[in-house]
Ligand binder design. Structure first.
Ligand SMILES: Cc1cc2nc3c(=O)[nH]c(=O)nc-3n(C[C@H](O)[C@H](O)[C@H](O)COP(=O)(O)O)c2cc1C
Length: 389
C-alpha cells in the first residue's frame, strides 16, 4: 500500500513506517508514577508495528496537572518512563511523550488559582471549587517555559526518541493561541502574532534545551471548533512560525476540551459513564441534568479532519502528521495520497494494537472500533481500554 509502511525520517531520526500512536490519556499510574500497565500498553503498540508510540499527558510541573494524582515530570516518574522507553526499544519501536500544562483547565484541588493567559471562568473545574484562573505574570511565563524545556531535556536523557509539545485542545499554550481565552493587553495578546508569541518562545526554549537533532512534534488545532475561537487562517500562520522556531512536524487536530471535547474525537458521547465518573455529587447532577446540552455531539466520519488538514498541507511545506478518524486501508491511502508525511491513530489502536499488522497483511480492511467512546470513560477506571474486547 502506497509507501505508508516504508521507512520515514522525522528530523533525521529513522521511523520504520509512517504510523504514530497518538497520545490517548492512559490513566495507568499509581499516585502519578507510571506503572507496569503503561509499559505493557506501549510495548504492545511497538509490537503492533507502530513506528513511534506517544505516552500521553506528561505535565511539566505539579500545577500543570488537570487532576491532583496525574503524572508530572520529575525524577521518580522519569525513572519509570526510562524503563518504558527501554522496553519499547527492545521490541524495535520508538517512543515519544506529550508534554503539556493544563492552564486553567484544572480540577486539581492543590491549585487554588490555576495559571492561564488571562483571568477566565473555569467552566471545567468550577464544581470542584476552582472558579477562576490567574493571569500569568512574566515570571510565571518564564518559569513555565523553563519547566517545558527541562522536562524535554530530562526525557531525552532518559532515552526518549521525541517529545510532543501540546499546543492544542484548550490546554495552556492553546489558551494563549485562542482569542476566546487570551484577553491580554500586552505583547502576548491581541493579534495572532502576539497570541502565538509565548507558545513559540516555549518551543524555542525547548529546542535550545535538546539541541537541533532531537525531534519535537507540536500538536496544534486546525481550529477550536466554535465561533470566536482559534481559526484556520491563524493555524496557517502558526504552522509557518513553528517551522522557523524548530518544530520537526505538526500534528493537526482541533477542539477545545472545556468547550468542544468531542470535536476532536467525534462519535457517541458516553454520558452514563461520564456521570458515574463525576468527581462530586454536584458534577454528577449537573451532567445528568444538562449533559446533552453542555456536551455537543459531532457525527463520526472517516478522516474527519481531512478537508481542513489539506488546506494546511497546501499552505506549508513542513512535515505534517494527519490525525482524526483514520480507520481503514482506504483511509490510510487517502491520507498518503493527500501528501501527509505521517499518520497518527488513537482509537483503532486502543481497540486492537495489531491493527496495522492486520492491515499490512491484508487480513482486515477496517478497524472494528465503533466510536462508542467508552474508552474515554475507561481512562478513569484503571486504564484506557476498549470495552468491545
Ligand atoms: C481515550 C482517549 C484519550 C485521549 N487523550 C488525549 C490526550 O491525552 N492528549 C491528546 O492530545 N489527545 C487525546 N485524545 C485525542 C486523540 O489523541 C485523537 O486526537 C483523537 O482520538 C482522534 O484520533 P482517532 O480518530 O485516531 O482516535 C484522546 C482520545 C481518546 C479516545
Amino acid at each position: 500500500m502506497h509507501n505508508a509502511f516504508k521507512e520515514k525520517l522525522l528530523n533525521g531520526v529513522k521511523l520504520k513506517n509512517a504510523f504514530i500512536k497518538t497520545a490517548t490519556y492512559e490513566g495507568m499510574h499509581d499516585q502519578g508514577i507510571p506503572n507496569e500497565k503503561l509499559l505493557e500498553h506501549h510495548v504492545n503498540m511497538a509490537k503492533g508495528n507502530v513506528a513511534l508510540t506517544t505516552i500521553s499527558y506528561g505535565a511539566v510541573s505539579p500545577d500543570g496537572r488537570t487532576f491532583k494524582d496525574q503524572m508530572y515530570i520529575h525524577d521518580a516518574s522519569v525513572k519509570k518512563l526510562s524503563e518504558i522507553a527501554n522496553a519499547v526499544h527492545d521490541v524495535g519501536g520508538k517512543i515519544s511523550i506529550q508534554l503539556t500544562h493544563c492552564g486553567y483547565f484544572s480540577k486539581n484541588a492543590d491549585v487554588k488559582r490555576p495559571l492561564a493567559p488571562s483571568r477566565v471562568f473555569n467552566e471545567y473545574g468550577c464544581l470542584s471549587g476552582i472558579l477562576f484562573s490567574k493571569e500569568m505574570t512574566k515570571a510565571d511565563m518564564e518559569k513555565t517555559s523553563d519547566d517545558f524545556a527541562n522536562a524535554a531535556r530530562k526525557l531525552m536523557d532518559a532515552g526518549f526518541d521525541a517529545v510532543e509539545l501540546h499546543m492544542g485542545h484548550g490546554y495552556l499554550l492553546s489558551q494563549f493561541l485562542s482569542p476566546w481565552t487570551n484577553k491580554r493587553k500586552d505583547a502576548y495578546g491581541g493579534s495572532i502574532e502576539n497570541r502565538a508569541r509565548y507558545p513559540l518562545e516555549v518551543l524555542r526554549n525547548m529546542r535550545k534545551a535538546v539541541g537541533r537533532d532531537f525531534p519535537i512534534l507540536v500538536k496544534l488545532n486546525l481550529e477550536d471548533g466554535f465561533e470566536g475561537g482559534f481559526n484556520m487562517e491563524e493555524c496557517k500562520y502558526v504552522c509557518r512560525a513553528l517551522e522557523q522556531a524548530g518544530c520537526s512536524a505538526v500534528v493537526l487536530s482541533g477542539g477545545f476540551t472545556s468547550r468542544t471535547p468531542f470535536y476532536l474525537m467525534r462519535g457517541d458521547i458516553p454520558l452514563k459513564g461520564m456521570i458515574a465518573n463525576g468527581t462530586s455529587f454536584a458534577e454528577k447532577l449537573t451532567m445528568a441534568l444538562f449533559g446533552p446540552w453542555i456536551i455537543k455531539k459531532y457525527a463520526f466520519e472517516p478522516n474527519f479532519f481531512l478537508e481542513q488538514a489539506i488546506e494546511i498541507r497546501k499552505a506549508v511545506k513542513m512535515p505534517l502528521v494527519y490525525i482524526g478518524g483514520v480507520d481503514s486501508r482506504a483511509g490510510i491511502q487517502e491520507i498518503m495520497d493527500a501528501g501527509f508525511d505521517f499518520i497518527a491513530l488513537g482509537r483503532p489502536l486502543i481497540h486492537d494494537s495489531n491493527f496495522l499488522i492486520k492491515i499490512e497483511r491484508n487480513e482486515i480492511e477496517k478497524s472494528g472500533c465503533t466510536r462508542c467512546n467508552e474508552c474515554v470513560v475507561e481512562m478513569d477506571r484503571g486504564g484506557v481500554r476498549c470495552v468491545l474486547n
